[in-house]
Design a binder for this molecule. Structure first.
Ligand code: UD1
Length: 381
C-alpha cells in the first residue's frame, strides 16, 4: 500500500513507543521513522525509561540512528530486577494519563518492555499493547528475558513476529491467531539502513587492530555473574587468542566482573591478542561485525545480525530464542564449555561459515509492515 493511499478521515491514532535498553534502540528507530512519515494518521511519541543511561549504552544510539530526543524520559537507571521494574511501572503509570495513547508499543524482552506493557494493560480503561518481536522462546525460565517475553505476550493485544517458529509458539500458548502478524525483523531494518554508512567507521585503526580478528561480546548474568563460569569462558578466549586476535567490547557488568577477576592485567602482561575495549556505538560495532572472521557472543540480536551479514557466530549459551539463526543462518549453539568453544572456533577458522539461507521478511521493511497494520486498525475504528 502506498503511503498516500491510507485513509485520512479520522483523528490520528496515538501511539506511544517505549525504549529502555541498548537492544531496544535499533528496533524502535525504524518504527518511529515509519510512523512519523504519516503525521495525519499517527501521533507518535517516544518514552525512554532510562534503564540504560550511559553515553555508550544509550546516547550514542540516538545520535547515530538519527533518532529524535525522547518526548518523555523516565530516568530510572539500574537496580535489581524487581526494583528496576517497579520504578519503571511507577513512573510510566504517571505518564499514561497525560499522553492518553490508543496504543503502547513495546519492543524486545528487557525489563522496560514488560514493565510498560503491564502498566498499560492494567489502566482503567486498559490501554492496548502491541509487542514487536513477540513469540521468541528459549524455554529457559532462568533467563529474565524469557520471563519478560512470556508475560508481555500474554497481555499484548497485537503481536508482531519475526519468524514462523514465533507464530507457532504463540499459537501453542493459546494466542488468538488474529492478533499475530508476521512482519519480519525491525532490527534488520536498521542493519540494512546503516550497513553502508558503517563502512566509514575508523574503529579498527582507532583500536589498533587489523584483520583477521574475532569479535567477542558477553553480558548474560548466567555467563558473567559467577566467577567460576566466567573464568572458564575466559580460558577459552585466552587459548583462542593465540590463533586469532580477539576484540572484546565489554558491557558494564562484564567489565565489573573482569575487574574483580583482574585478567586485564594478565592479558596486558602476556601481550596476547585480546583487546578489551569500552562498549561501542552502533556504527563502529557494525563495522567490526562485518569485518570479523568469527563472532563469539551470548547476545540475542547479534545472532541475527551475524546471520544477515553472513559472518559465522558461536553463541555461548545452551539455548536460543532465535532458532532460525541456527537453521537458516550462520549461528552455532556451543554452550560454555571451553573445549567445545575452542573446537567450534577452530573449525570455523579452518573451514569458514556455513552458508546462510535467506530468512523470509528479514528484508529491511518490517517497520513499514507494522505501520500498515496500524493504519488498517485506524481505518476500521
Ligand atoms: C539488559 C537486558 C538484556 C539486554 C541487555 C543489553 C533486561 C532483563 N536485560 O540487561 O536483555 O541484552 O540489557 O545490554 O532488561 N549499566 C551501566 N550503564 C548503563 C546501563 C547499565 O553501567 O547505561 C550497568 C549497571 O551497573 C547495571 C548493569 O550494567 O548493574 C546491568 O544493567 P541492566 O539494565 O540491569 O541490565 P543488562 O544486563 O544491561
Amino acid at each position: 500500500m502506498k503511503s498516500n493511499s491510507f485513509p485520512r478521515t479520522r483523528r490520528p491514532l496515538r501511539c506511544l513507543l517505549v525504549a529502555g535498553a541498548r537492544p531496544n534502540f535499533m528496533k524502535v528507530a525504524p518504527l518511529l521513522r515509519e510512523f512519523r512519515k504519516h503525521p495525519a494518521l499517527f501521533r507518535t511519541r517516544l518514552v525512554h525509561t532510562g534503564q540504560h543511561y550511559d553515553e555508550m549504552m544509550s546516547d550514542v544510539f540516538f545520535q547515530e540512528l538519527e533518532m529524535p530526543r525522547p518526548d518523555v524520559h523516565l530516568g530510572v537507571g539500574s537496580a535489581s530486577h524487581a526494583v528496576q521494574t517497579a520504578w519503571i511501572m511507577e513512573a510510566f503509570e504517571k505518564v499514561l494519563p497525560r499522553e492518553d495513547p490508543d496504543w503502547v508499543v513495546v519492543v524486545g524482552d528487557v525489563n522496560s518492555t514488560l514493565a510498560c506493557a503491564l502498566v498499560a494493560a492494567k489502566m482503567t480503561p486498559p490501554v492496548r499493547v502491541a509487542h514487536v518481536e513477540a513469540g521468541l522462546r528459549s524455554r529457559d525460565r532462568t533467563m529474565p528475558e524469557e520471563i519478560n517475553r512470556i508475560l508481555t505476550d500474554a497481555i499484548a493485544d497485537l503481536l508482531f513476529t519475526t519468524s514462523a517458529d514465533a507464530d507457532r509458539n504463540l499459537r501453542s500458548e493459546g494466542v488468538d491467531r488474529r492478533k499475530i502478524h508476521r512482519v519480519g525483523n525491525v532490527m534488520i531494518d536498521t542493519l540494512q539502513r546503516f550497513k553502508r554508512r558503517s563502512d566509514a567507521s575508523a574503529v579498527l585503526s582507532r583500536l589498533g587492530i587489523s584483520p583477521p580478528y574475532a569479535l567477542v561480546t558477553l553480558h548474560r548474568p548466567s555467563n558473567v555473574g559467577e566467577a567460576r563460569v566466567l573464568r572458564r569462558i575466559l580460558s577459552a578466549f585466552e587459548s583462542l587468542a593465540r590463533e586469532v586476535t580477539l576484540v572484546f567490547p565489554a558491557h558494564p557488568r562484564t567489565r565489573k566482573m573482569l575487574s574483580a577477576l583482574n585478567p586485564m592485567h594478565l592479558w596486558k602482561q602476556a601481550g596476547n591478542g585480546i583487546h578489551l575495549v569500552e562498549p561501542l556505538g552502533y556504527l563502529d560495532f557494525l563495522h567490526l561485525q562485518k569485518g570479523a572472521t568469527l563472532i563469539l557472543t551470548d547476545s540475542g540480536g547479534i545472532q541475527e545480525e551475524a546471520t544477515i551479514l553472513g559472518v559465522p557466530c558461536l553463541t555461548l549459551r545452551e539455548n536460543t530464542e532465535r532458532p532460525v539463526t541456527v537453521t537458516h543462518g550462520t549461528n552455532y549453539l556451543v554452550g560454555k564449555d571451553p573445549r567445545t568453544i575452542l573446537r567450534a572456533a577452530r573449525q570455523v577458522l579452518r573451514h569458514g561459515a556455513k552458508k546462510a539461507r535467506p530468512i523470509p521478511l528479514w528484508d529491511g521493511r518490517a517497520a513499514s509492515r507494522i505501520v500498515r497494520v496500524f493504519a488498517r486498525l485506524r481505518s476500521n475504528r
